[in-house]
Design a protein around this ligand. Structure first.
Ligand code: FAD
Ligand code: DHB
Length: 400
């Protein structure tokens, strides 16, 4: 049997950031991860970090490579009616920017920092069951990489095991409410060895569907196309992807040019908004995708996951070192204020930019009017910009 203060389930951005924050405060933690280290370090997902996320990673000592290799972005383009219009973040937010740096690079940097710090991360060790969440100590059963089962006894469990994890299911029936919206489309994403289509991200509303061009480096591009829900990857050979992207960007009609290159990764992401409330039950605290999912259009999921565990680490610090448990008691309410604001922003971006087959032409006209407004009114552009770069932690936590 293992004993620790905080057992963390999941070595994604939420679990790893929490483990490093707790280590720096002086609170003992063990991280369990069902997958292998190489799997989590190569899982291609998010790419845009809010400035607050970058600051936190740097403060924790996990930002050295990020500072050297990441790309600073001072704006994005919104493209509609075959025309790109820029939203200038620096101008609209008094100098704030976002950072393009792959999620798997963040994960690699956090794992490296935790290894140096000597914080145990047990890979290929799935959590199987949680118990005693209302008792003196929580119990967590796991199966290790050799197939043997064991138990961790912890003061608290942090459920950072993503949307498909098991921690959320440990809440008894009736202890939580779920709010959910599933969109009638998915994102098909590729990573390709080719120069980025443009210097900044382009979010495109096109009658054939949404397209997003992003990047990872001067030689690697990250591209997304809206596709039908339940689409099969086999429907999208590389040639079809490149041809469709060119159509949606208007590349043959003066739009941004696309240089096709070898595709190293391809995947489909369903689009969903999801919140479970509250984010705490007894000794279990849910954080990140385990508690909520946003559609990726606002680039918020990883940032929100990291914002949750920042609140949680501070609450543990007050509890263990100042005998003040109010932060733990308020954890769910504090996080949910940011969560719902982020849900609002991500749903708004999603509705403004995608093709909805069930909508009438009137609603499409409204979408275009909204895009024109957002790209011509300074007040409207500022609304987009301040949310995209990330609301200051204190302000989002205080939104009441
Ligand atoms: P996860 O990263 O899902 O980590 C959970 C971990 O728990 C996993 O490693 C999993 O293997 C492990 N686990 C599960 N069950 C168990 C178990 N029983 N025992 C032990 N371990 C377990 N977000 C942004 O901020 N910006 C973006 O630009 C962005 N773009 C995105 C684009 C795409 C295509 C996708 C799919 C997502 C995007 N996101 C973005 C969202 C972001 O990737 C997620 O919100 C983020 O991964 C959430 O982190 P997490 O740590 O909560 O969960
Ligand atoms: C990326 C992902 C997003 O969801 C987004 O809105 C912007 C960029 C990316 O993977 O680069």
């Amino acid at each position: 049997m293992l004993r620790t203060q905080v057992a963390i389930v999941g070595a994604g951005p939420a679990g790893l950031t929490l483990a490093l924050l707790l280590h720096r405060i002086g609170i003992a933690a063990i991280v369990l991860e069902s997958r292998s280290r190489s799997y989590v370090e190569s899982r291609v997902r998010a790419g845009v970090l809010e400035h607050g996320t970058v600051e936190l990673l740097c403060e924790m000592g996990a930002g050295d490579r990020l500072r050297r290799e990441a790309l600073t972005h001072r704006g994005i383009a919104l493209r509609f009616n075959d025309e790109s219009r820029r939203i200038d973040f620096e101008d609209l937010t008094a100098g704030k920017t976002v950072t393009v740096y792959g999620q798997q690079e963040v994960v690699k940097d956090l794992i490296a920092a935790l290894c140096v710090a000597g914080v145990p991360i047990l890979f290929e060790t799935p959590a199987l069951a949680l118990g005693d969440l209302e008792g003196e100590h929580a119990g967590l059963r796991y199966r290790d990489a050799a197939g043997a089962e064991g138990t961790i006894v912890a003061d608290y469990v942090a459920g950072c095991d993503g949307f498909h994890g098991m921690c959320r299911d440990a809440l008894p029936a009736g202890a939580s409410a779920v709010y959910e919206h599933v969109y009638p489309f998915s994102w098909l994403g590729i990573l390709a060895q080719s120069p980025p289509v443009s210097e900044e991200l382009i979010y495109t509303n096109h009658e054939r569907g949404f397209a997003l061009v992003s990047m990872r480096s001067p030689t690697v591009t990250r591209l997304y196309l809206q596709c039908p829900a339940n689409e099969e990857l086999a429907e999208w050979p590389d040639d079809r992807f490149w041809a469709e992207l060119r159509l949606r960007l208007g590349s043959d009609r003066g739009g941004p040019d696309v240089v096709a290159g070898p595709v190293s990764q391809k995947g489909i992401t369903p689009m969903r908004s999801f919140v479970t409330e509250p984010m705490r039950y007894g000794r279990l605290f849910l954080a990140g995708d385990a508690a909520h999912i946003v559609p990726p259009t606002g680039a918020k999921g990883m940032n929100l996951a990291i914002a949750d565990v920042r609140v949680l680490a501070r609450a543990f610090e007050a509890h263990y070192f100042r005998h003040d448990s109010s932060g733990l008691d308020d954890y769910s309410e504090t996080c949910l204020r940011r969560v719902w604001n982020t849900q609002r922003f991500s749903a708004w971006m999603t509705r403004m930019l995608h093709r909805f087959d069930d909508r009438d032409p009137f609603e499409h006209r409204l979408q275009l009017a909204e895009l024109r407004y957002v790209t011509t009114s300074r007040a409207a552009a500022q609304t987009l910009a301040e949310n995209y770069v990330g609301l200051p932690f204190a302000r989002a936590d205080d939104l009441s």
